[in-house]
Design a binder for this molecule. Structure first.
Ligand SMILES: Cc1ncc(COP(=O)(O)O)c(C=O)c1O
Length: 400
Protein backbone atom coordinates (compact mmCIF):
# COMPACT_ATOMS: atom_id res chain seq x y z
CA UNK A 1 0.00 0.00 0.00
CA UNK A 2 1.51 3.40 -0.95
CA UNK A 3 2.26 5.64 2.00
CA UNK A 4 1.51 8.92 0.21
CA UNK A 5 -2.10 9.90 -0.41
CA UNK A 6 -3.70 9.25 -3.80
CA UNK A 7 -4.74 12.89 -4.21
CA UNK A 8 -1.07 13.83 -4.65
CA UNK A 9 -0.89 11.70 -7.80
CA UNK A 10 -3.48 13.98 -9.37
CA UNK A 11 -1.35 17.14 -9.08
CA UNK A 12 2.11 18.38 -10.00
CA UNK A 13 4.27 20.88 -8.13
CA UNK A 14 3.81 24.52 -9.20
CA UNK A 15 5.96 25.04 -12.33
CA UNK A 16 6.42 28.74 -11.56
CA UNK A 17 7.83 27.94 -8.14
CA UNK A 18 10.03 25.31 -9.85
CA UNK A 19 11.48 27.95 -12.21
CA UNK A 20 12.25 30.30 -9.31
CA UNK A 21 13.97 27.45 -7.45
CA UNK A 22 15.96 26.43 -10.54
CA UNK A 23 17.13 30.02 -11.11
CA UNK A 24 18.33 30.24 -7.49
CA UNK A 25 20.20 26.92 -7.87
CA UNK A 26 21.88 27.92 -11.16
CA UNK A 27 22.89 31.31 -9.74
CA UNK A 28 24.36 29.54 -6.70
CA UNK A 29 26.51 27.54 -9.16
CA UNK A 30 27.84 30.84 -10.49
CA UNK A 31 25.86 30.87 -13.77
CA UNK A 32 24.82 34.21 -15.23
CA UNK A 33 21.03 33.81 -15.20
CA UNK A 34 18.28 36.38 -15.63
CA UNK A 35 15.10 35.11 -13.97
CA UNK A 36 11.82 36.34 -15.43
CA UNK A 37 9.74 33.63 -13.81
CA UNK A 38 8.76 35.08 -10.45
CA UNK A 39 5.31 36.63 -10.19
CA UNK A 40 6.04 39.29 -7.64
CA UNK A 41 6.66 43.04 -7.74
CA UNK A 42 10.34 44.00 -7.46
CA UNK A 43 9.34 47.05 -5.38
CA UNK A 44 9.64 46.93 -1.61
CA UNK A 45 6.65 47.00 0.75
CA UNK A 46 5.88 50.69 1.46
CA UNK A 47 7.39 52.11 4.68
CA UNK A 48 4.04 53.02 6.29
CA UNK A 49 2.99 49.36 6.02
CA UNK A 50 6.24 48.10 7.54
CA UNK A 51 5.89 50.66 10.34
CA UNK A 52 2.39 49.39 11.11
CA UNK A 53 3.84 45.88 11.47
CA UNK A 54 6.57 47.14 13.79
CA UNK A 55 4.00 48.95 15.92
CA UNK A 56 1.89 45.80 16.07
CA UNK A 57 4.84 43.77 17.32
CA UNK A 58 5.76 46.41 19.91
CA UNK A 59 2.16 46.48 21.11
CA UNK A 60 2.27 42.72 21.65
CA UNK A 61 -0.05 41.80 18.79
CA UNK A 62 1.81 38.53 18.56
CA UNK A 63 -0.78 36.04 19.77
CA UNK A 64 -3.49 33.96 18.08
CA UNK A 65 -6.17 36.18 16.60
CA UNK A 66 -9.78 35.69 15.59
CA UNK A 67 -9.79 32.65 13.31
CA UNK A 68 -10.45 34.20 9.90
CA UNK A 69 -9.25 37.74 10.51
CA UNK A 70 -9.24 40.45 13.17
CA UNK A 71 -12.29 42.72 13.19
CA UNK A 72 -10.11 45.74 12.33
CA UNK A 73 -8.88 44.05 9.13
CA UNK A 74 -12.33 42.81 8.16
CA UNK A 75 -13.60 46.37 8.53
CA UNK A 76 -10.73 47.72 6.39
CA UNK A 77 -11.54 45.08 3.76
CA UNK A 78 -15.25 46.01 3.89
CA UNK A 79 -14.28 49.67 3.32
CA UNK A 80 -12.04 48.66 0.40
CA UNK A 81 -14.81 46.62 -1.26
CA UNK A 82 -17.25 49.51 -0.84
CA UNK A 83 -14.83 52.23 -1.96
CA UNK A 84 -13.26 50.49 -4.94
CA UNK A 85 -15.85 47.96 -6.09
CA UNK A 86 -19.20 49.28 -4.85
CA UNK A 87 -19.71 45.98 -2.99
CA UNK A 88 -21.17 45.79 0.53
CA UNK A 89 -19.88 42.99 2.75
CA UNK A 90 -20.47 42.67 6.51
CA UNK A 91 -17.79 41.20 8.81
CA UNK A 92 -19.44 37.78 8.69
CA UNK A 93 -19.17 37.85 4.89
CA UNK A 94 -15.40 38.32 4.89
CA UNK A 95 -12.68 35.69 5.19
CA UNK A 96 -8.98 36.42 5.68
CA UNK A 97 -6.41 33.71 4.97
CA UNK A 98 -2.66 33.27 4.55
CA UNK A 99 -2.53 34.66 1.00
CA UNK A 100 -4.98 34.72 -1.86
CA UNK A 101 -3.94 31.18 -2.76
CA UNK A 102 -5.00 29.95 0.66
CA UNK A 103 -8.39 31.67 0.40
CA UNK A 104 -9.02 30.17 -3.05
CA UNK A 105 -7.93 26.76 -1.75
CA UNK A 106 -10.27 27.01 1.27
CA UNK A 107 -13.21 27.97 -0.94
CA UNK A 108 -12.60 25.07 -3.35
CA UNK A 109 -11.98 22.53 -0.56
CA UNK A 110 -15.09 23.68 1.29
CA UNK A 111 -17.39 23.23 -1.70
CA UNK A 112 -16.14 20.54 -4.10
CA UNK A 113 -16.86 16.81 -4.18
CA UNK A 114 -15.70 14.21 -6.71
CA UNK A 115 -17.84 14.60 -9.83
CA UNK A 116 -18.22 18.37 -9.45
CA UNK A 117 -16.88 20.55 -12.26
CA UNK A 118 -15.10 23.92 -12.21
CA UNK A 119 -14.90 25.95 -15.41
CA UNK A 120 -11.46 27.53 -15.83
CA UNK A 121 -10.53 29.75 -18.78
CA UNK A 122 -7.08 29.04 -20.25
CA UNK A 123 -4.46 30.35 -20.15
CA UNK A 124 -4.96 29.99 -16.40
CA UNK A 125 -2.97 30.61 -13.26
CA UNK A 126 -1.07 27.35 -12.73
CA UNK A 127 -2.66 26.56 -9.37
CA UNK A 128 -6.34 26.58 -10.33
CA UNK A 129 -6.64 23.17 -12.04
CA UNK A 130 -4.42 21.41 -9.54
CA UNK A 131 -6.28 22.84 -6.55
CA UNK A 132 -9.52 21.59 -8.12
CA UNK A 133 -7.98 18.15 -8.77
CA UNK A 134 -6.80 17.90 -5.15
CA UNK A 135 -10.45 18.01 -4.06
CA UNK A 136 -11.33 15.18 -6.46
CA UNK A 137 -13.42 17.49 -8.65
CA UNK A 138 -12.78 18.06 -12.37
CA UNK A 139 -11.39 21.20 -14.01
CA UNK A 140 -13.18 22.01 -17.28
CA UNK A 141 -10.85 24.12 -19.40
CA UNK A 142 -12.04 26.57 -22.05
CA UNK A 143 -9.46 28.32 -24.20
CA UNK A 144 -9.32 32.07 -24.62
CA UNK A 145 -7.91 32.49 -28.12
CA UNK A 146 -4.94 34.81 -28.59
CA UNK A 147 -6.85 36.52 -31.43
CA UNK A 148 -9.53 37.39 -28.85
CA UNK A 149 -6.95 38.89 -26.46
CA UNK A 150 -6.89 35.55 -24.58
CA UNK A 151 -10.49 36.19 -23.44
CA UNK A 152 -13.24 33.56 -23.55
CA UNK A 153 -16.59 34.33 -25.15
CA UNK A 154 -20.06 34.00 -23.58
CA UNK A 155 -20.83 31.20 -26.08
CA UNK A 156 -17.80 29.23 -24.89
CA UNK A 157 -18.86 29.65 -21.27
CA UNK A 158 -22.41 28.57 -22.03
CA UNK A 159 -21.23 25.47 -23.89
CA UNK A 160 -19.02 24.40 -20.97
CA UNK A 161 -21.75 24.48 -18.31
CA UNK A 162 -23.25 21.12 -17.27
CA UNK A 163 -25.52 20.15 -14.37
CA UNK A 164 -22.29 19.29 -12.48
CA UNK A 165 -20.76 22.77 -12.80
CA UNK A 166 -20.26 24.33 -9.38
CA UNK A 167 -17.91 27.22 -10.05
CA UNK A 168 -16.86 29.48 -12.87
CA UNK A 169 -13.35 30.63 -11.92
CA UNK A 170 -12.68 34.07 -13.34
CA UNK A 171 -9.41 36.07 -13.30
CA UNK A 172 -9.02 39.57 -14.71
CA UNK A 173 -6.39 40.96 -15.17
CA UNK A 174 -5.01 37.52 -15.79
CA UNK A 175 -1.93 35.66 -14.76
CA UNK A 176 -0.31 34.62 -17.17
CA UNK A 177 -1.55 36.81 -20.04
CA UNK A 178 -2.24 40.18 -18.40
CA UNK A 179 -5.54 40.19 -20.34
CA UNK A 180 -8.43 42.03 -18.71
CA UNK A 181 -12.17 42.11 -19.39
CA UNK A 182 -14.16 45.31 -19.90
CA UNK A 183 -17.49 45.84 -18.12
CA UNK A 184 -19.30 44.89 -21.36
CA UNK A 185 -17.23 41.73 -21.73
CA UNK A 186 -17.94 40.71 -18.12
CA UNK A 187 -21.63 41.47 -18.65
CA UNK A 188 -21.63 39.05 -21.59
CA UNK A 189 -20.41 36.30 -19.24
CA UNK A 190 -22.67 37.21 -16.32
CA UNK A 191 -25.70 37.20 -18.65
CA UNK A 192 -24.94 33.54 -19.36
CA UNK A 193 -24.69 32.83 -15.63
CA UNK A 194 -28.01 34.52 -14.89
CA UNK A 195 -29.70 31.66 -16.74
CA UNK A 196 -27.69 29.05 -14.78
CA UNK A 197 -28.65 29.48 -11.12
CA UNK A 198 -26.64 26.46 -9.96
CA UNK A 199 -23.31 27.96 -11.09
CA UNK A 200 -21.33 30.11 -8.63
CA UNK A 201 -18.60 32.60 -9.51
CA UNK A 202 -15.17 32.67 -7.92
CA UNK A 203 -13.42 35.79 -9.11
CA UNK A 204 -9.72 36.27 -8.48
CA UNK A 205 -9.12 40.04 -8.53
CA UNK A 206 -5.51 39.89 -7.37
CA UNK A 207 -4.22 42.20 -10.13
CA UNK A 208 -6.98 44.80 -9.77
CA UNK A 209 -4.57 47.70 -9.31
CA UNK A 210 -2.28 46.77 -12.17
CA UNK A 211 -4.15 48.09 -15.21
CA UNK A 212 -2.78 50.45 -17.85
CA UNK A 213 -3.86 53.06 -20.39
CA UNK A 214 -6.93 54.03 -18.36
CA UNK A 215 -8.46 50.53 -18.51
CA UNK A 216 -11.13 50.40 -15.79
CA UNK A 217 -11.28 47.48 -13.43
CA UNK A 218 -14.59 45.68 -12.90
CA UNK A 219 -15.58 42.55 -10.98
CA UNK A 220 -18.57 40.25 -11.69
CA UNK A 221 -20.73 41.01 -8.60
CA UNK A 222 -20.39 44.72 -9.34
CA UNK A 223 -21.29 44.31 -13.01
CA UNK A 224 -24.26 42.02 -12.26
CA UNK A 225 -25.52 42.70 -8.71
CA UNK A 226 -28.01 39.82 -9.03
CA UNK A 227 -25.00 37.48 -8.88
CA UNK A 228 -23.89 38.90 -5.51
CA UNK A 229 -25.40 35.98 -3.56
CA UNK A 230 -23.44 33.39 -5.53
CA UNK A 231 -20.14 35.18 -6.00
CA UNK A 232 -16.96 34.89 -3.98
CA UNK A 233 -14.81 37.96 -4.63
CA UNK A 234 -11.19 37.10 -3.86
CA UNK A 235 -8.39 39.63 -3.54
CA UNK A 236 -5.24 40.23 -1.50
CA UNK A 237 -2.43 42.60 -0.66
CA UNK A 238 0.39 40.59 -2.28
CA UNK A 239 0.62 42.18 -5.71
CA UNK A 240 -0.81 45.69 -5.26
CA UNK A 241 1.13 46.48 -2.09
CA UNK A 242 4.26 44.42 -2.82
CA UNK A 243 3.49 42.17 0.17
CA UNK A 244 3.95 38.68 -1.30
CA UNK A 245 5.90 37.47 1.72
CA UNK A 246 3.40 38.70 4.30
CA UNK A 247 0.78 36.16 3.22
CA UNK A 248 -2.53 37.95 3.50
CA UNK A 249 -5.42 37.30 1.13
CA UNK A 250 -9.14 37.81 1.62
CA UNK A 251 -12.57 37.27 0.13
CA UNK A 252 -16.08 38.64 0.38
CA UNK A 253 -19.02 36.33 -0.20
CA UNK A 254 -22.14 34.66 1.15
CA UNK A 255 -22.12 34.06 4.90
CA UNK A 256 -22.72 30.29 4.56
CA UNK A 257 -19.60 29.94 2.43
CA UNK A 258 -17.42 32.18 4.63
CA UNK A 259 -18.48 30.05 7.60
CA UNK A 260 -17.57 26.83 5.82
CA UNK A 261 -14.16 28.24 4.87
CA UNK A 262 -13.60 29.24 8.52
CA UNK A 263 -14.40 25.69 9.63
CA UNK A 264 -11.70 24.36 7.31
CA UNK A 265 -9.22 27.01 8.44
CA UNK A 266 -9.96 26.14 12.08
CA UNK A 267 -8.62 22.64 11.47
CA UNK A 268 -5.63 23.65 9.36
CA UNK A 269 -3.74 26.94 9.59
CA UNK A 270 -5.86 28.80 12.19
CA UNK A 271 -5.47 32.58 11.85
CA UNK A 272 -3.17 34.26 9.34
CA UNK A 273 -0.06 35.92 10.85
CA UNK A 274 -1.17 38.52 13.42
CA UNK A 275 1.50 41.06 12.48
CA UNK A 276 0.75 40.75 8.77
CA UNK A 277 -2.92 41.37 9.46
CA UNK A 278 -2.12 44.71 11.13
CA UNK A 279 0.15 45.58 8.22
CA UNK A 280 -2.71 44.79 5.82
CA UNK A 281 -5.01 47.16 7.74
CA UNK A 282 -2.52 49.94 7.00
CA UNK A 283 -2.15 48.82 3.36
CA UNK A 284 -5.88 49.08 2.75
CA UNK A 285 -6.64 52.13 4.92
CA UNK A 286 -3.38 54.06 4.34
CA UNK A 287 -2.28 56.25 1.42
CA UNK A 288 -3.05 54.74 -1.98
CA UNK A 289 -1.27 57.32 -4.14
CA UNK A 290 1.74 55.09 -4.86
CA UNK A 291 -0.50 52.60 -6.71
CA UNK A 292 -0.88 54.67 -9.91
CA UNK A 293 2.82 55.64 -9.68
CA UNK A 294 3.88 52.01 -9.63
CA UNK A 295 1.41 51.17 -12.39
CA UNK A 296 3.13 53.82 -14.53
CA UNK A 297 6.48 52.04 -14.05
CA UNK A 298 4.94 48.72 -14.98
CA UNK A 299 3.26 50.17 -18.08
CA UNK A 300 6.58 51.55 -19.30
CA UNK A 301 8.20 48.16 -18.84
CA UNK A 302 5.29 46.41 -20.56
CA UNK A 303 5.65 48.65 -23.60
CA UNK A 304 9.38 48.01 -23.73
CA UNK A 305 9.04 44.22 -23.44
CA UNK A 306 6.18 43.94 -25.94
CA UNK A 307 8.12 45.93 -28.56
CA UNK A 308 11.38 44.05 -27.93
CA UNK A 309 9.78 40.58 -28.10
CA UNK A 310 7.64 41.37 -31.09
CA UNK A 311 10.91 42.18 -32.85
CA UNK A 312 12.27 38.65 -32.32
CA UNK A 313 11.94 36.33 -35.33
CA UNK A 314 9.16 33.77 -34.81
CA UNK A 315 7.69 35.57 -31.78
CA UNK A 316 4.35 37.43 -31.65
CA UNK A 317 3.68 39.41 -28.50
CA UNK A 318 0.20 40.84 -27.88
CA UNK A 319 -0.10 43.93 -25.66
CA UNK A 320 -1.82 43.02 -22.39
CA UNK A 321 -4.13 45.37 -20.49
CA UNK A 322 -2.73 44.67 -17.04
CA UNK A 323 -0.78 42.59 -14.47
CA UNK A 324 2.99 42.32 -14.99
CA UNK A 325 3.14 39.51 -17.49
CA UNK A 326 3.33 39.09 -21.24
CA UNK A 327 2.46 35.83 -22.97
CA UNK A 328 4.02 35.80 -26.43
CA UNK A 329 3.36 33.09 -28.99
CA UNK A 330 6.37 31.22 -30.37
CA UNK A 331 4.43 29.43 -33.09
CA UNK A 332 7.00 30.73 -35.59
CA UNK A 333 9.87 29.00 -33.73
CA UNK A 334 8.38 25.51 -33.47
CA UNK A 335 10.08 22.87 -35.62
CA UNK A 336 13.38 24.75 -35.74
CA UNK A 337 16.75 23.94 -34.18
CA UNK A 338 18.59 26.27 -31.82
CA UNK A 339 22.18 27.49 -32.33
CA UNK A 340 23.17 25.03 -29.58
CA UNK A 341 21.52 22.14 -31.47
CA UNK A 342 18.29 21.76 -29.48
CA UNK A 343 15.18 20.70 -31.40
CA UNK A 344 12.40 23.18 -30.60
CA UNK A 345 9.45 20.78 -30.69
CA UNK A 346 7.29 22.70 -28.21
CA UNK A 347 7.37 25.60 -25.76
CA UNK A 348 8.93 23.47 -23.05
CA UNK A 349 11.91 22.70 -25.35
CA UNK A 350 12.15 26.40 -26.28
CA UNK A 351 12.27 27.45 -22.63
CA UNK A 352 14.81 24.79 -21.71
CA UNK A 353 17.13 25.73 -24.59
CA UNK A 354 16.75 29.45 -23.84
CA UNK A 355 17.86 28.81 -20.27
CA UNK A 356 20.74 26.54 -21.27
CA UNK A 357 22.07 28.65 -24.13
CA UNK A 358 21.27 32.23 -23.10
CA UNK A 359 20.69 32.05 -19.35
CA UNK A 360 17.17 33.50 -19.43
CA UNK A 361 14.50 31.82 -17.29
CA UNK A 362 10.86 32.12 -18.36
CA UNK A 363 7.89 29.78 -17.85
CA UNK A 364 6.62 27.52 -20.67
CA UNK A 365 3.04 27.87 -21.88
CA UNK A 366 2.04 24.24 -21.28
CA UNK A 367 1.99 25.09 -17.56
CA UNK A 368 -0.77 27.63 -18.19
CA UNK A 369 -2.82 25.53 -20.58
CA UNK A 370 -2.20 27.34 -23.88
CA UNK A 371 0.69 26.64 -26.23
CA UNK A 372 3.07 27.34 -27.89
CA UNK A 373 3.75 30.38 -25.71
CA UNK A 374 5.86 31.42 -22.76
CA UNK A 375 5.30 33.79 -19.89
CA UNK A 376 7.59 36.61 -18.91
CA UNK A 377 7.16 38.49 -15.66
CA UNK A 378 8.40 42.03 -16.26
CA UNK A 379 8.38 42.84 -12.55
CA UNK A 380 12.15 43.24 -12.59
CA UNK A 381 14.66 46.03 -13.24
CA UNK A 382 14.89 47.84 -16.58
CA UNK A 383 18.50 46.62 -16.94
CA UNK A 384 17.46 43.00 -16.43
CA UNK A 385 14.65 43.36 -18.93
CA UNK A 386 16.84 44.97 -21.57
CA UNK A 387 19.53 42.30 -21.17
CA UNK A 388 16.96 39.47 -21.18
CA UNK A 389 15.21 40.75 -24.30
CA UNK A 390 18.58 41.05 -26.08
CA UNK A 391 19.41 37.47 -25.19
CA UNK A 392 15.98 36.22 -26.34
CA UNK A 393 16.49 38.03 -29.66
CA UNK A 394 19.93 36.44 -30.11
CA UNK A 395 18.41 33.03 -29.29
CA UNK A 396 15.56 33.48 -31.80
CA UNK A 397 17.91 34.80 -34.50
CA UNK A 398 19.98 31.65 -34.03
CA UNK A 399 17.07 29.31 -34.77
CA UNK A 400 17.37 27.42 -38.06
C1 LIG B 1 -3.91 35.06 -10.34
C2 LIG B 1 -3.34 34.87 -8.98
N1 LIG B 1 -4.15 34.61 -7.97
C3 LIG B 1 -3.68 34.42 -6.73
C4 LIG B 1 -2.34 34.50 -6.45
C5 LIG B 1 -1.88 34.24 -5.05
O1 LIG B 1 -1.49 35.34 -4.37
P1 LIG B 1 -1.01 35.25 -2.87
O2 LIG B 1 0.43 35.59 -2.87
O3 LIG B 1 -1.84 36.28 -2.16
O4 LIG B 1 -1.29 33.89 -2.36
C6 LIG B 1 -1.44 34.75 -7.49
C7 LIG B 1 0.01 34.78 -7.22
O5 LIG B 1 0.83 34.57 -8.06
C8 LIG B 1 -1.95 34.96 -8.79
O6 LIG B 1 -1.14 35.21 -9.81
Amino acid sequence: MPFLCAALDRVKPSPTVAVTTLVAALKAEGRDIIGLGAGEPDFDTPENIKDAAKRAMDAGKTKYTALDGIAELKDAIARKFQRENGLTYARNQISVGSGGKHVLFNALMATLNPGDEVIIPAPYWVSYPDMVRLTGATPVIIEGAMENGFRITPAQLEAAITPNTKWFLFNSPSNPTGAAYTVAQIKGLTDVLMAQPHVHVMTDDMYEHLLYDGFEFATPAQVEPRLYDRTLTVNGVSKAYAMTGWRIGYAGGPEWLIKAMAKLQSQSTTNPCSISQWAAVEALDGPQDFLPERATHFRRRRDFVVAALDDCPGVTCPTPEGAFYVYPSIAGCIGKTSAGGAAIADDEAFVRALLEEQGVAVVFGVAFGLSPNFRISYATSDDNLAAACDRIRVFCEGLR
